[in-house]
Design a binder for this molecule. Structure first.
Ligand SMILES: *[C@@H]1O[C@H](CO)[C@@H](O)[C@H](O)[C@H]1NC(C)=O
Ligand SMILES: [Zn+2]
Ligand SMILES: [Zn+2]
Length: 607
């Protein structure tokens, strides 16, 4: 109904536009053409009309043939069949480095939103774009083996193994057998390897490069494998990020392990130098004083969003700092070796801001990722060893739209970056602060609570000065199953006129970036996400299939000494959850639009 009403008032906002644009807008809304077709002229006579008609038909056929031929040719080129050899410069040989960057959950609209936000905040001209914008080379199609909407596990398995698998799979195939990863193959071929993230190092994306599990939730096992309890031995040389909690025994504060194993101890026994705070990170002197293998876990779970981290810079390093430190460390470590390094760097929490529908948090995450991307480019330019940077996203998150219709009346054409700039913190930060306040001041009067919401959370932290009584009430008396974060994020999104269609992922194609399209030419154009994974292995000339064979012959391998651990009962990949769980092919339609109880709700537990 809202749609019908908006269609009946199409000119609401067009008075500011030129007549021509208004006409086009009407055309879009009504489906009529703006360029009116010339009627066949009167007076041509019957044969004249037949002649014109015949001419028109043959011209149309010629145009169609040309278009088909051209399409075919350009599709062929996009699929990466160059006229000669491997591409400009030929197949790379000799010592080289590969940096792969993942912007988790960053779709094309995140770029548009962040670009405009940055221009607004810094007073930049329209052509002052992001570093990423200048290195865009293609697009990736993201579906998994069992859904058109992938999760990060299946998405990262496409990158690490070059194979489609099911949502939740950590570098295992739909038949629950492990697939060799580019990082493992690189390690076996003599490369140094690294993982840098802003979320848990046991989360799906990093997990897929250095471990294998039938489900992404088996993070205790993932931590063990990353620490070196892995059928191939220790495969990662450098780890920087969050997720300490899965490495600590359950008897320790800040642990999220189910058992009492000390995985920091396992890591140390496997040679890792372990650090867990800013002081330890600073002592690395940007990598100059770092020794491999190195494991730095700077948060129990996630490193805070950049919008919140910037005021705690003395506690947590930024993604850019971790990226620079990793590059220097790996570059120094491989100075005299025959092989270079493979490094994966993830802007992990762009995705989380999407799940939280928080546009203010997201623009800062994307800018932080853009800075890390620029730091890698700078490294590649200065470094003597040739190398390339390839970056992409595993999927889009949130169904983000840089527009939002707020009322039943036809919307205005705009969105407001000012609203995002006014926010000093994320909705996650405000939500946690509100929960904390309630736990300590639950007995305060409603008036006192309302004043805290209005003055501190909304005005000071989120920059919202025009909250309505209804909005404050919604926060004070939260509906069951609604997080305060979601309410805060929605208040910002509505004011900024930023739209979201889901708290989950979407099936949108995502962008591919590279340091140069010359070296990453096989990824120019529109590709399946598995092509990205295949390219990574090909660039380093790695035999990933040989690693798959070795892993598959380790079917009965086990490292854990604990008889009750899941790996004893189900093998090292953990419970595959039975044959009734769909791992291939798409589910049908079940009328889901009407059934929705809290019990059916996955409630954002899996990203
Ligand atoms: C901690 O782990 C041990 C097994 O390693 C288990 O027996 C115990 O119940 C766990 N404790 C908690 C509080 O989960
Ligand atoms: Zn993801
Ligand atoms: Zn996600």
């Amino acid at each position: 109904m809202a749609g019908e009403e908006s269609l009946s008032v199409p000119r609401q906002s067009s008075d500011r536009l030129s007549t021509q644009t208004a006409e086009e807008e009407d055309a879009l809304l009504t489906g009529e053409r703006t360029t009116r077709r010339e009627p066949v002229r009167r007076g041509l006579g019957f044969w004249g009309q037949v002649g014109t008609f015949a001419w028109a038909i043959s011209a149309t056929i010629v145009v169609i043939i040309l278009a088909v031929v051209y399409q075919h040719e350009s599709a062929k080129n996009q699929r990466g069949e160059p006229p000669i050899g491997w591409g400009p410069g030929g197949k790379p040989s000799g010592k080289r480095n590969l940096i792969f960057m993942v912007s988790d959950g960053m779709g094309p609209t995140s770029l548009s939103m962040t670009r405009s936000f940055r221009q607004f905040v810094e007073g930049l001209p329209i052509d002052d774009v992001l570093v990423l914008d200048k290195h865009h080379i293609g697009q990736s199609r993201t579906r998994s083996s069992n859904s058109l909407v992938t999760d990060s596990a299946a998405g990262a398995t496409a990158f690490s193994c070059g194979h489609k698998s099911y949502n939740g799979a950590i570098s295992v195939l739909p038949d629950h057998s492990p697939c060799g990863t580019v990082l493992e193959a690189a390690k076996l071929a003599g490369y140094h390897t690294g993982l840098v993230v802003t979320t848990r190092i046991t989360d799906a994306t990093p997990a897929c490069f250095a471990s294998h599990a039938n489900l992404r939730q088996y993070e205790d096992s993932i931590a063990e494998q990353e620490a070196g309890e892995h059928p191939l031995g220790r495969v990662v040389d450098l780890i920087l990020g969050g997720g300490r909690c899965h490495f600590l025994p359950n008897s320790t504060d800040g642990s999220c392990r189910a058992d009492d194993r000390d995985i920091v101890d396992v890591a140390t026994q496997n040679g890792f130098h372990y650090l867990q705070d800013r002081a330890g990170f600073d002592a690395l002197k940007g990598g100059a004083d770092a020794k491999l293998p190195l494991m730095g876990l700077f948060a129990e779970k996630d490193i805070p969003y950049e919008i919140d981290r910037r005021s705690q810079n003395d506690v947590y390093p930024s993604l850019e700092e971790m990226a620079r430190t990793a590059l220097t460390t790996l570059s120094e470590a491989t100075r005299d070796s025959e092989q270079g390094f493979f490094l994966m760097i993830e802007g992990s929490r762009i995705d989380h801001a999407g799940h939280g529908n928080d546009p203010a948090a997201q623009v800062h995450e994307v800018i932080a990722y853009d800075k890390a991307f620029a730091a890698v480019l700078e490294f590649l330019e200065k470094d003597d060893t040739p190398g390339i940077l390839v970056g992409t996203s595993d999927h889009e998150t949130g169904g983000l739209a840089a527009a939002r219709q707020l009322h039943t009346t036809y919307p205005e054409y705009l969105w407001h970056p000012r609203v995002l700039a006014n926010a000093q913190h994320s909705s996650e930060y405000a939500g946690a602060k509100w929960t904390e306040y309630l736990s300590q001041n639950g007995k305060h009067s409603d008036d006192k609570k309302k004043s805290f919401i209005r003055k501190i959370l909304l005005e000071k932290d989120l920059g919202i000065t025009d909250a309505t009584d209804e909005e404050i009430d919604a926060l004070l008396h939260l509906e069951a199953g609604v997080y305060p974060n979601y309410v805060f994020a929605d208040m910002i999104s509505r004011r900024a006129q930023i739209g979201w269609s889901t708290h989950g992922h979407s099936a949108a194609d995502v962008n591919i970036y590279a340091s140069s399209s010359k070296n990453a030419w096989p990824l120019v154009g529109n590709h399946e996400n598995t092509d990205v994974g295949k390219f990574l292995a090909e660039y380093l000339d790695l035999d990933v299939n040989a690693v798959t064979k070795r892993l598959q012959s380790a079917a009965s391998w086990t490292a854990s000494s604990d008889e009750s651990s899941p790996s004893k009962q189900h093998g090292w990949l953990g419970d595959p959850l039975g044959s009734n769980v769909r791992v291939e092919g798409l589910d049908g339609y079940h009328g889901d639009f009407r059934k929705r109880s809290v019990d059916d709700c996955a409630c954002g537990s899996v990203h």
